[in-house]
Design a protein around this ligand. Structure first.
Ligand code: PMP
Ligand code: GLN
Length: 392
């Protein structure tokens, strides 16, 4: 009998790790796991280098450097008109740790947690590890609409939290004002706490400032907002994240955080603080580069006969395989394309438990033009091979 906790006894590596491993093994272009391949910003590297040379290498405070906590408040005030105080912000080792601390602190044994599928892969396992039950509400392409009736059906007297990822990875969808109002209304009426996974808040291409569910009327006291420097600066390996909540809630979740990682490397905290204080004009060119890459990939795919879903945010866009004349499902396509075509992708069905669409493929577009062009050429050739197979 396994001595492991049953949750981990048969657990597979994440789809992101799996596909990146295959990409390396097969020398494939990696449009799977989300990370940009552009050189890092020299300003950020210089700031981190300076911090390594000049600042302390010993434990920072568990809740984060005060300077970074203040910089996070300043960033949200400037870019989202959201007023937070230092005691509402706790720095974590990536958003993944912020999610873990929040779920461990809020979900009690027997509680139910609503999550929308497709869902970031850590939500459900963390809810289960906390003794809770994830209850899924399915979103469907191409609109990925939040449906008030489906949500109402999922809520029971045991429902305690609702996890919202907006903008939504893998769909690139941004919740409308009406959807946010509906979700806030549901949280207030059923006394739910919203865990707002806002990591993609600053990777938006619609020129609209992000509005968090936490910023909706009556939500400040019942929401936890999670952010990530990895996405804001395109530096996913830094793993500097944070959560923000009302002071008492932030304190309580901070107690869970103190026994997960306790704290986060100080040099990266200093550099993130410096980065967050930069003016909007400093952030704009990187967003423009990502938007251009998105358009290039979408147009090339369409020219090659693929049906592409719209993407207003994140580094991802979706291909509708079925509508593109591909008869195999997303998992098969992904597993074969990385080996046979040399392109890694993410099958969106991997972000569903149980029932979900099996015909959407996620591609990361935060790559240089030559890489994107080559990937499309390879995918188009691969699709033609599949067509020939079917006729044979
Ligand atoms: N939530 C979502 C929706 C994400 O897409 C990601 C990373 N891709 C994370 C959380 C984790 O962020 P971090 O790398 O800062 O842990
Ligand atoms: N969430 C990232 C993505 O969507 C991957 C994060 C990870 O690998 N843990 O690609």
């Amino acid at each position: 009998m396994s001595r492991l906790h049953p949750l981990y006894a048969a657990m597979e590596p994440t789809i992101f790790e799996h596909m990146s491993g295959l990409a390396t093994a097969h020398g494939a272009i990696n449009l799977g796991q989300g990370f940009p391949d552009e050189p890092p910003s020299p300003d950020m590297i210089e700031a981190a280098g300076r911090a390594l040379r000049e600042k302390s290498h010993q434990y920072p405070p568990s809740f984060g450097l005060p300077e970074l906590r203040d910089a996070i408040c300043g960033f949200y005030a400037r870019r989202q008109g959201l007023m937070l105080a230092r005691e509402q912000v706790v720095v974590t080792s990536g958003a993944t740790e912020a999610l873990a601390a929040t779920i461990l602190a809020l979900v009690r044994p027997g509680d139910e947690a609503i999550l929308f599928q497709p869902a970031y892969d850590s939500y459900a396992p963390m809810v289960r590890r906390a003794g809770g039950t994830p209850v899924s509400v399915r979103l469907d392409p191409p609109a990925w609409r939040y449906d008030v009736e489906a949500l109402a059906r999922a809520i029971t007297p045991r429902t305690r939290v609702l996890i919202l990822n907006d903008p939504l990875n893998p769909a690139g969808k941004v919740a409308s004002e009406a959807e946010l109002a509906m979700l806030a209304d549901v949280c207030r009426r059923h006394d739910l706490i919203a865990i707002c996974d806002d990591v993609w808040e600053d990777v938006r291409f619609d020129a609209v400032p992000h509005r968090s569910l936490l910023a909706m009327p009556g939500m400040a006291e019942r929401a936890v907002k999670i952010g990530s420097a990895g996405k804001i600066f395109g530096l996913t390996g830094w793993k500097v994240g944070w959560f923000c909540a009302a002071p008492d809630l932030a304190q309580a979740i901070g107690r869970a955080h103190q026994f997960l990682t306790f704290t986060t490397p100080p040099a990266l905290q200093w550099a993130t603080a410096e980065g967050l204080a930069r003016p909007d004009s400093w952030f704009a060119p990187q967003r423009a580069t990502w938007a251009t890459a998105r358009d290039r990939l979408a147009q090339n795919l369409e020219r090659a006969g693929f049906v592409v879903l719209p993407s207003a945010a994140t580094w991802f866009l979706g291909i509708d395989l079925a509508a593109s004349g591909i008869a195999i499902d997303d998992r098969d396509f992904s597993e074969r394309a990385v080996r046979e075509a040399g392109v890694a992708s993410i099958p969106v069905s991997a972000l569903f438990e149980g029932d979900g669409p099996r015909h959407i493929l996620r591609l990361c577009f935060a790559k240089d033009a030559a890489t994107l062009d080559e990937a499309v050429a390879r995918l188009a050739r691969f699709r033609d091979t599949l067509g020939t197979e079917r006729r044979a």
